[in-house]
Write a protein of this length. Structure first.
Lengths: 420, 420
């Protein structure tokens, strides 16, 4: 099949009828698949089973009591290694990095950051949001009534010209959401130049913070890794160490929902946060911290462990990309990313087609991430971006889902072209 | 020895010299004991060891993924039974009921309760604080800049005349901190009449809430239990179901710091809370919930399990009370509670002596709960209340600590009497 753009009205009509037939046939299968979230599969969960039975009675007795707000030393060391910072830069949290992010912003709203006025007392607070991005980030800033400003992304990261202009001149810009490695959903990793320009920002607001959500720090798909510069090291060159909060978790290393989350920041930031956090909680679950440290015993073990995850995930990404290359590429109706890690493929339809693709998929039993969800306020002005999350379904179901997805993309595109 | 009040100046001087000698002798032992917090002992932690290895691979695989914001059905049922409410009235949290309380107040401050104006937008917000009470409650309201109003307690609970007057007439009174069963630190349980009067309140503020921290709901010291009326049942009689948030956790049932916390509230409250909470976290640690539900398999098992805790704790309470009865009672210089459950004995010195007792203990190596901590802002105007936490130290250490404690109480009292 040639590019859809080259087809005549009649050819398009024939193609549409043909696609409609395929779509109806699929619909009759009555499948029910959920591809809406970036979830590890059952196979991946099985990888860490041993962890849940690894604690000895002695270890439990030694550690089982209240206390240690910022995490046990072994856990602080583990995350310090992971994020290439010092243990004194780490706060170990509960099972959710999202909760650490929410709480960090909630504290900024209510109490301010390091002696600055609480954000809730300021006339306007803005966050920059590289797009497409992570819907749960945007949900936090939306709930807090923080105005979100879209920043376009390319294969090197967000548009740094715009970011520099806004951050360095507008004191109401208090933060930016970043997933710097294997970005959600585009899968790209910020280039060295982008990281350096972040580190060199001269924010108009003293309480401006980069929310550096390093969710996929060791989540490679193969031995061919992306490398991300250590932003803290770069920041030191500009005396900007206080400007970054980094987040991560083991949710996609061990157990989604039962992992351990952590944040990294300068010692001044950590001190300020702990002074407030100590009123909220005596300490997060230490037994889960010990379990994790014991099971993920070394950097070498972690590397091998993540290769097992990759072995489970990579074939699924290949299925997605093979389908798209085979079925969609020749038609020149969409473009997408080919990530080297993370949990998503970011797919862009012709403008004005994404919602229709989502509807068509849903009506035939396949739930995608809500179309628009990758943008603040759920508004993708181009109606183009769709986040494909291939990790959760078993291979056979994923094949089915991609078959349907391709039919729907084609159908929506033909419909669109026929309107014009 | 007779009542200190009956002694002459000379007799007091002799007693003081004698006590000073005993105190110095103790000091030379160089002991180092911490009785500052209500912590379970190592022996108690050992009771639940089996729980940490009870999950089967099937259970893990089935439940190990993201999701379920309000808790797994089995955990909701467990806490519903514990608090005598329905599962739909339960939100299961992380490892900390304190965190649930903090977050509940933080949300009220920032977003308001069920459509009412956020507390942070109101000119003044007050909380009533029955005293003596729990320092970590007071720390939350102090941090939030909520004005705390002391309410005296007796053996039936807080002074309901004062509470009714304040709650029913002053719309800036938004909450009250209660530990209704085996109260921290007095150990008393609110009488039926007190609970009924709580339920019948007619708050001036529509967003007034009772923070009912039922931390010691099944934490009896022997078969002779206190009984607490179900406040939700009573509230229904006055159409006041929305007025109560109840909290609890398994921290002192299974593992301090690695238990499961929960809150109970009316369905309208739960709905409002979940709508906000879903932005903060995808779900709390479900594997820990499953572990708990599987291990604490029935109400009968729980009852037997708590008897084992009691068997470990009761002898420690007996040591404390025996020392006080033997060493202090005849001197008529203090009074204290004899609780049937919970984690504390509340001890009251002669006015103006508590701080001095704390200092003397500390200098000789025994750390008590910070004197004053049982009052808002750390201010015990009578300088009288001391919280004794007997559960954590082994019996021999507790004996030592009580020996010192009695010497210090006597010494501080003699010093005080000689001033007069």
């Amino acid at each position: 099949m040639a590019s859809y753009a080259s087809l005549t009205k009649e050819q398009l009509a024939t193609e549409k009828a043909n696609l409609q037939k395929q779509y109806n046939a699929f619909k009759e299968l009555g499948v029910k698949l959920d591809m809406s979230r970036g979830k590890p599969s059952v196979e991946q969960i099985a990888l860490s089973m041993e962890m849940l039975r690894c604690l000895t009675p002695e270890e439990i007795l030694k550690a089982g009591n209240y206390g240690i707000l910022d995490g046990i030393p072994a856990a602080k060391k583990f995350f310090a290694n992971l994020l290439e910072v010092q243990p004194e830069n780490i706060i170990v949290g509960g099972n959710s990095s999202l909760q650490l992010m929410y709480d960090t912003i909630a504290r900024a709203m209510q109490f301010g950051i390091m002696g600055n006025q609480p954000w809730s007392k300021q006339e306007k607070v803005k966050f920059l949001c590289p797009v497409p991005g992570y819907d749960r980030h945007f949900a936090i800033t939306e709930l807090m009534n923080i105005e979100m400003v879209n920043i376009p992304m390319d294969e090197n990261g967000p548009d740094m010209d715009q970011i520099e202009k806004l951050v360095n001149t507008d004191a109401s810009v208090k933060g930016i959401w970043c997933v710097p490695k294997y970005s959600n959903p585009t899968g790209i990793t910020y280039s060295d130049d982008v990281v350096r320009r972040f580190a060199a920002l001269k924010p108009a607001a003293p309480d401006f913070r980069i929310f550096w959500d390093n969710a996929y720090v060791v989540h490679h798909l193969s031995d061919e890794h992306d490398e991300l510069l250590n932003i803290f090291e770069e920041c030191k060159k500009y005396n900007n160490q206080d400007m970054v909060y980094e987040f991560c978790s083991t949710s996609k290393i061990t157990f989604p929902g039962a992992g351990v989350a952590a944040m990294a920041a300068s010692e001044s930031n950590i001190k300020w946060i702990l002074k407030l956090m100590t009123v909220q909680i005596i300490g997060y679950d230490k037994l889960n911290q010990i379990r994790h440290c014991k099971y993920l015993k070394s950097q070498e073990f972690l590397t091998e462990h993540m290769k097992k995850h990759a072995a489970s995930i990579k074939p699924k990404f290949d299925i997605v990309l093979d389908y798209l290359d085979r079925e969609i590429a020749p038609l020149e109706i969409a473009h997408w990313t080919k990530p080297k890690g993370g949990y998503f493929v970011s797919f862009n339809t012709m403008n004005g087609c994404a919602k229709r693709v989502g509807e068509l998929c849903k009506q035939a039993g396949v739930t995608l991430t809500g179309v628009g969800a990758t943008f603040p306020y759920g508004i993708d002005v181009n109606d183009s971006n769709i986040r494909i999350a291939p990790t959760f379904p078993p291979v056979e179901e994923l094949e089915q889902a991609m078959q349907l997805f391709c039919i729907c993309v084609k159908l929506a595109s033909v419909e669109k072209l026929m309107e014009e």
